[in-house]
Design a protein around this ligand. Sequence first.
Ligand code: NAD
Length: 443
Amino acid sequence: MTTDTTVAIKQRDLYAEALSRLEDARRHCNIHPEVFERLRRPKAILMVSVPVRMDDGTLQVFEGYRVRHDDSRGPSKGGIRFHPQVDLSEVKALALWMTCKCAVVGIPYGGAKGGISVDPKKLSPMELERLSRSYVQQIADFIGPDVDIPAPDVYTTPRIMAWMADEYAKITRAKSPAVITGKPIAAGGSLGRDDATGRGAYYCVKELERIRGWTPGKTKVAVQGFGNAGQHFAALLAADGYSVVAISDSVGGLHCPTGIDVKAAIAAKNGGHTVPHLARDAAVTRGSPCKTITNAELLTLDVDILAPAALENQITIDNAAQVKAKVVVELANGPTTSSADKILHQRGVVVIPDILANAGGVTVSYFEWVQNRIGMAWEVEEVHNKLRTVMAREMTAVLQRAQRIGTDTRTAAYAHALDRLGEAIEAQGTAAFFASGANGDEA
Ligand code: NAD
């Protein structure tokens, strides 16, 4: 098989996979067929070449993307990913998930995503800055506070958002911090944005804890991917007494059956150590016997809660039957394939789906955008309270919907999102609207 063919199949599959989730949910909603027709394709796709002058004086040109999937409910919103695996199909799928995510939590945004196919670990800080600024130069006409609002994603940080906002201000000759969220506080960021994704998932778990009467001390947690989302999720649960027994990064994992000291693990990981290296750190292991494991082994550990918080397609048809967790909390986008979903559902595993579990990030991004636009900064307690209200409300709505329509929680979450998208698209006019003769006259 040629490389081109491989790429073509991968592109078709990832977006098709994302669409299949909407197809499943559609059967449980009363929406006009035109609504689905509108959502089937992204609204706009921009592919750009991103030239960067490297430190050694040579020029490298990277491939970049920005996809706007839908903006029926408001300006489109979605992160920017710097990763070697970024391709158009991935960005399209991530943009579609953003449309659904914003609808699930009821914030007034559509969905978008961007990315550059690059390994940022191979760039110097200056090269990274030039790459970030060059990307904004290429997409500046495509984004804007009322049009499309980027944010961080895998391997992009608040500092990168600040560079991008600054570059946008230089191009437009106006300060508009609301063009990008996830900025550092000093550059117009919001308190509570740093841990918002992990915290949103934590509030979902707290709802389940309330419903199921869990005892945190007896509940074991494994987290795949110990970056922004995974670290904060683990830290919040550990602070409540949950036993975080396994973590991992791109190099590998660590398993401590009696629990990891999450605070020490975060300090060591962010201090430059890999997760497998932490097996030798007594502050992390608390002196108890721990062993290094692979990412694949982490997924099938005997735990209560499994949180994939790294990349897509981790729980697949090959390992879904071996997942022992009772609850899967999808901090990552698209970590479970649709065939794996069916196996998990049949086995009674409850999945808090990505479009709900990791929606805390975009929800607090929305709060940041609101604060930028009204020129005020909220206290962190206000941000947390508002986030808790949103997450608890929508988690309850999704669980109730799943019970009512007799489906898994993912299908229920998509149905919940489709209801809101359907209302917005129908309000703009579908064939049913025109056929009924309704014309909106007040007289
Ligand atoms: P991050 O860059 O901060 O961390 C990613 C982590 O995953 C790192 O520890 C990295 O080493 C690890 N990783 C990379 N490849 C891996 C692999 N193959 N196996 C195991 N671990 C691997 O990224 P993040 O912001 O925490 O994002 C993680 C996931 O959460 C992504 O899917 C992202 O789309 C999703 N997400 C993040 C946010 C956010 O606000 N940060 C919001 C919504 C969704």
